[in-house]
Design a binder for this molecule. Structure first.
Ligand code: BES
Ligand code: MN
Ligand code: MN
Length: 464
């Protein structure tokens, strides 16, 4: 559709400038030092929706950070699409590994992004991606082509578990009623191989604490005679996987939905090069559960990983000490039909059970979330698939992702609506890492593809 490309061509510099302004706001939800910035980011998002032409723009307060709501209801007999995204970002540290300031966006060309990419925290996850929807909405409003009703819900606590959003959804079911949920907070295989995410993992995240002696001890006077909690913690963690890299927690795999050989064969058709994968990460070999490919390990198998481990003396030089305590943060990524509450319980029982009497242990659960799978035979998926086919010239490949967006399973449970994960990021865009970036090609391609989704979905909805 010509008017789409024309509008984007005429406005792309402004689209970029506006995103750059949004990226300057350090809306880090995890760090209370940035509280004011997170609130002011919500204001900026609300203003952008107003300027794009939305009605009922509201900054809805919660017990934490606000949810920005807006809509444009043109006709109640037409379908409604709910756009979800998040304006909060991950902390930027380690700062010294950034080539430019995380909140001083700059455009640089890279091998993968020859047209340039915007470097800043949140560029891809998720400001650059949800803002595509604001601009696509502006495009449809300005060209009089919005074919159906639209609602926006942009939250500020995704990176810390969306706890207040859950309450908001439960108590605003009517306000949020819709026929499809559209989310751009995932990725595509590459800029020449579009894909749609059809699965997200669930998450059980917890912190463990192992206590040995009641105080730090001289490692000569006591070493070898009392339990060292760091040694013990390492042994306990190591024992959670066997020689085949299966997780040893009893019952862990009991509910895992195994894929049929047919489904696995289909999955293996998605283009993937192990050599390129290793090269991109400077690895001489990969690692993972026996009997599964890399794509399967990421997409359909549950995992257990230590995210951080600490204790004892980590300052300059040497200090001979047996610490009193050791700690670790551990995440388990879950697949259908595992439940995060159940897995957290299994982990806790097992961890307590394998601790020797010489230490005491505690387990503190953090946030969790249920896994999600999207069927490929529903209207909204077909509408998205056709939209990508039109703008990329190629039919997108369905891909199960290893990432989590816990609220998506809650949307299904509470609103009874499936979400379509129409993301445009690349794995190499370094989300959550230093030097996060988002391709200008990807940003504009998203703005171009979204109006096609609306048009296709509305047409298919009327045909049903
Ligand atoms: N957008 C990501 C999730 C994602 C990225 C899914 C790429 C698929 C592909 C989201 O912002 C995120 O980081 N989620 C967290 C979970 C959350 C509870 C902190 C995650 O996956 O670690
Ligand atoms: Mn995200
Ligand atoms: Mn994220």
């Amino acid at each position: 559709m010509k008017y789409i490309n024309k509008y984007i061509e005429e406005n792309k510099n402004r689209f970029l400038d506006e995103l750059i302004e949004l990226l300057k706001i350090p809306s880090i939800s995890a760090d209370p030092n940035y509280k004011k910035d997170v609130f002011s980011c919500a204001e900026a998002v609300a203003d952008s929706l107003k300027n794009a032409g939305a009605d009922n723009v509201k900054i809805c307060p919660t017990a934490g950070y606000p949810i920005v709501y807006a809509d444009m209801i043109i006709d109640n007999s037409l379908p409604t699409v709910l756009i979800y995204g998040h304006y909060d970002v991950q902390p930027a540290d380690p700062l010294e590994l950034w080539e430019s300031g995380p909140f001083e966006p700059i455009i640089k060309k890279t091998e993968i992004h020859p047209d340039g990419a915007i470097f800043a925290r949140g560029a891809c996850d998720d400001k650059g991606q949800f803002y595509m929807h604001v601009k696509a909405f502006e495009l449809m409003m300005s060209t009089n082509t919005l074919p159906c009703n639209i609602k926006f819900m942009i939250e500020g606590e995704e990176e810390v578990g969306s706890e207040n959003l859950s309450d908001f959804v439960v108590s605003n079911k009517d306000k949020l009623s819709c026929d499809a949920i559209l989310i751009s907070d995932t990725g595509i295989i590459s800029n020449t191989t579009p894909s749609i995410t059809t699965g997200l993992k669930g998450l059980s995240y917890l912190e463990v604490e192992v206590t040995g002696p009641n105080r730090d001890l001289h490692s000569g006077l006591y070493g070898g005679a009392v339990a060292n909690p760091i040694n013990i913690l390492c042994e306990m963690i190591a024992s959670m996987k066997d020689e085949k890299n299966h997780i040893t927690i009893p019952g862990f795999y009991d509910k895992v939905l195994e894929l049929s050989n047919e489904e696995r064969k289909k999955m293996a058709l998605a283009p993937f090069s192990l050599d390129e994968y290793k090269q991109a990460l400077d690895l001489s070999d990969i690692h993972g559960e026996d009997g599964y490919s890399t794509m399967e390990r990421v997409g359909i198998r549950p995992t257990l990983d230590v995210n951080g481990i600490w204790g004892g003396y980590i300052g300059e030089g040497a200090k001979t000490v047996i610490p009193s305590k050791a700690f670790a943060k551990i995440s388990m990524r879950l697949v259908p039909n595992q439940s995060d509450e159940e897995i957290t319980k299994l982990f806790t029982e097992y961890f307590k059970g394998i601790a020797p009497k010489s230490v005491s242990v505690s387990v503190n659960p953090h946030h969790g979330g249920e896994p999600y799978v999207a069927p490929t035979d529903i209207l909204a998926y077909r509408a998205a698939s056709e939209a990508m086919k039109e703008t990329f010239g190629k039919e997108p490949v369905p891909v199960r992702s290893g990432g989590s967006i816990p609220i998506v399973a809650l949307f299904e449970k509470e609103l009874n609506v499936k979400s379509i994960l129409l993301g445009f990021g690349l794995d190499s865009d370094a989300i959550h890492s230093p030097n996060e970036h988002y391709g200008i090609f990807n940003y504009l391609k998203g703005i171009e593809t979204i109006p096609y989704f609306f048009k296709n979905f509305t047409r298919m909805f009327k045909e049903e």
